[in-house]
Structure formats: structure tokens, C-alpha cells
Ligand binder design. Structure first.
Ligand code: ASP
Length: 430
């Protein structure tokens, strides 16, 4: 204190561009993980701290932004935005499954089964959700309980309903009701703003969190990736890349008629954050800031992005297509028939909707997809062995699919905003 120069010994850290700091953390993490292997695992708590900080604000952000989002759109507009964004989310997810299946058919990944992870797979089998249960669970029996249990879909459902109700009350014409609705709206708006400020602070810790998370992934998975699972990894990542090029670039350039370069200037921040945190929900604040910088009207993104972070999972859909094919080839020695592929497109699209935006959730929903085509993962079975192998590299696959998941949310949101003329084009002139 008392010194007027203002420069502290740690000032250099905060003065340095955040994105570069995160990238340096990423590269250092890869190097440390590969070089020190097991010896670097002590670093894990530093990464866990980052994930915990993000998770801490996850539920308040989802609730506040969704309620504000749904209630700040007029009832007439809500229908228009809602239907457009949901249709776009569904179409892109279905296309993603098809790309995943095509990648699987081209690469034909197959494995000599290593059974060592079977116990782990068996533990997950117990947790296999039935499709009807997954869908029913969207409607909470207790809103508070679903908040406490972090049942994201149920919370989203309740928040949306509340937001929609507030939006109707705000234009009800009854002064008392309109005032009451305004109080609620302002309250949740305040919560949302506070959360956004907190996330700015948390992001200052991101470079260290990233370094730690990435080094642990590479320390535990590094060498395995080069084996037969390397093919699965390559098929997934090429699928992810194709989806970005064909679907997102195509949509932004030709449907929204916007310059790609400008889009990616802001889209890269959530892309990188998702890549390292492996959580669409955790990345949500960063995705929102990107949407803001892209000039998307708050009415749209505060509604579409939290929704997308939970129901729009294109990367997860591709992953499910590729991994189901890998398991089929490993177990049957051949891939899927056309009707089976049709079933996978439907179930994987639904499964990706039901996948929570948290690390590793897609691997659990993969069980649903496998079940639908006669590849049930049962304890000790060959299918379980193949599935266990996938689990071994899940962290790596999850990084790519989560990055894609959030880029999909941002692409669809920007596209809908542009089509509805709700995009501040001044931000695109720069
Ligand atoms: N980790 C992914 C996400 O948060 C979900 C998944 O595991 O596929 O978007």
C-alpha cells in the first residue's frame, strides 16, 4: 500500500492478454503431462479448483439468464426465437450424428479388446438411464430439489416456464401484476449481472486451471492415444472439424451471410474454454460474452445459449456416431446396416439433448445409443470391453466434442439473430 507507482510484482500476469495466457497454459500443460506423466498428477487440485469455481456459478447463471432471457422477449417474439433456435439445434445435431456415422464407416475403427477397464464399465451400466425416464425427468417434481441435485434439464424446464410466465405478466395490462413481474425480472437480471462479473474474475485464474487440467489428461492418456484408439480419436476429431467447416461455416456464411473470420475472432474464446473445461455449462459465461461481442441482441442469446448449452450437443452426437461404430466393428466385425443407422440418428440426437453439459456426460448417454441397436453393455461382455476402451480416452474426446458443442450454440444463435435482424452490425464493421 501507499506506493503510487501502481505496479505490483504480479501486475505482469493481469496485463498480459488473457487468451495468450490460456494458450500458454494449454501448451505447457501438454508438455508437462507428456514429460512428467504420473509425477505431475499432484497438480490436479489446481485444475479441480478452476472447475469448482465455474461450477459454483453454473446453476445461478442458468437460472438467472434463462428467466431473464425468456421473460425479456415479448410473448410473440419468444415463439419466433424459440422455434427457430430449437429447429436449428435439432437439425445440426442430426447432421452431426450422420457425420459421425460416415466417419465411422470410412475409418472403420476396430480394436483387440483390452478388458482391464471392465469394472469401470460395469459401474456405468448400473447408471444406464432409460430413454423414457430421461425425457420424463425433464419435468421436475421439486424445483428446489432439482436445483440442489444440479438436474440441469429439469432446472432449465422450470426456469423457462417461469420466464415465459413473467413475460406474459409483464404485458398483462394489470398494473399490479406488471409491477410484480418487473420486480422478479429486475431481481434475476441483477443476479445475472453479478454472475457475469464473478466469471470475469474467475477467468483470471483460467490459465493456471487450464495448465493443470490439460497436464493431467496428457499424463494419464497421452501414450494410449497412439494405439488403436488413435483411429477413434482421429475419426472423431476429423468429424468435429468437418462439422465446423460444413455446418457452422456454411450456416454463418451462406444462411446468415456473415463474414467467417469476424465470427471466429470471438468464437475462439468459448471454443478454447470448452476444450479445456469439458463443460458446456461451465463455458456458458464465456459463450455469452462472445455473443455480446458479436452484437447478438441480449434478448436472444440470454435465452438461446443456456438452452443450447444443455440441449444442443453436436460434438457429442458425432462422438456417439463414431464410438457406436467402433464398438460394432470391435464386437461384430462389421458396421451398421442402413436401418440401424436410422435408429442411431434418432437415438443419438435425443441422447445428445439429454446429455448434461458437464464433463463425461456424453459417455453415459452413449449407453442409450448402444442399447438401441442391440449392443447392450452388460457386465463382462465384449461390448463392455469395447466401451471400457472408449472410456479410457473419454477425456480427450470430450475436449473436442465440448468445444464443438459450444461453437454450435454460438453459430446457431448468431445465425438466428442475423436472420431476425437482431444483430448489431456495427460490431461486424470492425
Ligand atoms: N462434456 C460435454 C459438454 O459439456 C458433454 C459430453 O460429455 O458429451 O458439452
Amino acid at each position: 500500500m501507499g506506493k503510487s507507482s501502481g505496479k505490483k510484482w504480479y501486475s505482469w500476469y493481469f496485463d498480459f492478454n488473457l487468451l495468450y495466457r490460456i494458450l500458454i497454459g494449454l501448451v505447457l500443460g501438454v508438455i508437462l503431462g507428456l514429460v512428467f506423466k504420473d509425477k505431475i498428477l499432484w497438480i490436479q487440485p489446481l485444475g479441480d479448483l478452476f472447475v469448482r469455481l465455474l461450477k459454483m456459478i453454473m446453476m445461478p447463471i442458468i437460472v438467472s439468464t434463462l428467466i431473464v432471457g425468456a421473460s425479456s422477449v415479448s410473448p410473440a417474439n419468444l415463439g419466433k426465437v424459440g422455434i427457430r433456435i430449437i429447429v436449428l439445434y435439432l437439425i445440426t445435431s442430426a447432421v452431426a450424428v450422420v457425420i459421425g456415422l460416415i466417419m465411422g464407416a470410412i475409418f472403420q475403427p476396430s480394436a483387440n479388446l483390452a478388458m482391464e477397464n471392465v469394472a469401470d464399465a460395469a459401474a456405468r451400466i448400473a447408471a444406464t438411464p432409460k430413454l423414457s425416464d430421461t425425457l420424463l425427468a425433464i419435468v421436475p417434481t421439486s424445483i428446489l430439489q432439482s436445483l440442489v441435485n444440479e438436474a440441469v434439464l429439469a432446472v432449465i424446464f422450470a426456469a423457462l416456464i417461469m420466464g415465459i410466465a413473467i413475460s406474459y405478466l409483464r404485458v398483462s395490462g394489470d398494473e399490479r401484476k406488471e409491477k410484480a413481474a418487473a420486480v422478479l425480472y429486475n431481481f434475476f437480471d441483477g443476479v445475472a449481472e453479478v454472475m457475469m462479473l464473478i466469471i470475469k474474475g474467475i477467468m483470471q485464474y483460467a490459465p493456471i486451471g487450464v495448465l493443470s487440467l490439460v497436464s493431467v489428461v496428457f499424463a494419464t492418456n497421452g501414450p494410449k492415444v497412439v494405439g488403436s484408439l488413435g483411429v477413434v480419436t482421429a475419426a472423431c476429431f476429423i468429424g468435429y472439424a468437418l462439422h465446423v467447416i460444413i455446418v457452422y461455416l456454411g450456416m454463418v456464411k451462406f444462411y446468415a451471410r456473415l463474414p467467417i473470420k469476424r465470427f471466429f475472432r470471438d468464437a475462439k474464446d468459448p471454443f478454447i474454454t470448452a476444450f479445456v473445461t469439458r463443460s458446456s455449462n461451465g463455458t456458458l459465461p464465456v459463450t455469452m460474452e462472445a455473443a455480446e461481442n458479436l452484437g447478438v441482441h441480449k434478448d436472444i442469446y440470454s435465452f438461446s445459449l443456456p438452452l443450447g448449452a444443455t440441449i444442443n450437443m453436436d460434438g457429442t452426437a458425432i462422438y456417439q456416431g463414431v464410438c457406436a461404430t467402433f464398438i460394432a466393428f470391435s464386437v461384430w466385425g462389421h458396421g451398421f446396416s442402413i436401418p440401424q443407422m436410422g435408429i442411431i440418428v434418432v437415438t443419438a440426437t435425443l441422447a445428445s439433448i439429454g446429455t448434461a453439459g458437464v464433463p463425461g456426460a456424453g459417455a453415459i448417454m452413449l449407453l442409450l445409443v448402444l442399447d438401441s441397436v442391440g449392443l447392450p453393455v452388460t457386465a463382462g461382455s465384449v461390448v463392455a470391453g469395447a466401451y471400457a476402451m472408449i472410456l479410457g480416452i473419454d477425456a480427450l474426446l470430450d475436449m473436442g466434442r465440448t468445444a464443438l458443442n459450444v461453437t454450435g450454440d454460438l453459430s446457431c444463435t448468431t445465425t438466428v439473430a442475423s436472420r431476425m435482424k437482431e444483430l448489431d452490425m456495427k460490431k461486424w464493421a470492425k
